[in-house]
Design a protein around this ligand. Structure first.
Ligand code: HEC
Length: 109
């Protein structure tokens, strides 16, 4: 993922009221599968320790996003998530689990 393509697809849907036909974007079903297989495990491993359901940092609970539909409903938040991931700010340098560059690329590409 996919987060980038996801944001693109959702932004398009918001703006023109339909999925963008111009580019060969993955279908919603495909994105949904990629979310479950790639993004959800990534969040669990690298983010949930701090952004869990109990006393989450920045009051930001990432465990509630367990499907693509949840992410889509809260699209602006995911723009921030994407920014922080790409900036290398999340997870913070002192976090126990650090994703490799390729792991970040796999979810943000
Ligand atoms: C070691 C604990 C820790 C881990 C792990 C962690 N975060 Fe954070 N996160 C924080 C803290 C502390 C803040 C608040 C300070 C800040 O914004 O930099 C924060 C803030 C954020 C914010 C801003 C929320 C807002 O409302 O502005 C986002 C988005 C975010 N984190 C995403 C993530 C993602 C995605 C991951 C996993 C890749 C992650 N974080 C992993 C501690 C953590």
């Amino acid at each position: 993922m996919v987060l980038f393509r996801l944001c693109f697809v959702i932004a398009c849907a918001l703006v023109v009221g339909a999925a963008c036909p111009a580019r060969a974007e993955p279908s919603e079903a495909e994105l949904s599968r990629q979310f479950s297989e790639q993004v959800a495990p990534f969040l669990k491993t690298y983010c949930h320790a701090c952004h869990g359901s109990e006393k989450p940092e920045a009051e930001f609970d990432l465990t509630k996003y367990n499907s693509l539909a949840h992410v889509a409903q809260d699209y602006p938040t995911w723009d921030i998530v994407l920014d922080r991931l790409l900036a290398g700010e999340m997870p913070p340098a002192d976090a126990e689990a650090q994703p490799s560059k390729s792991a970040v690329e796999a979810v943000t590409d």
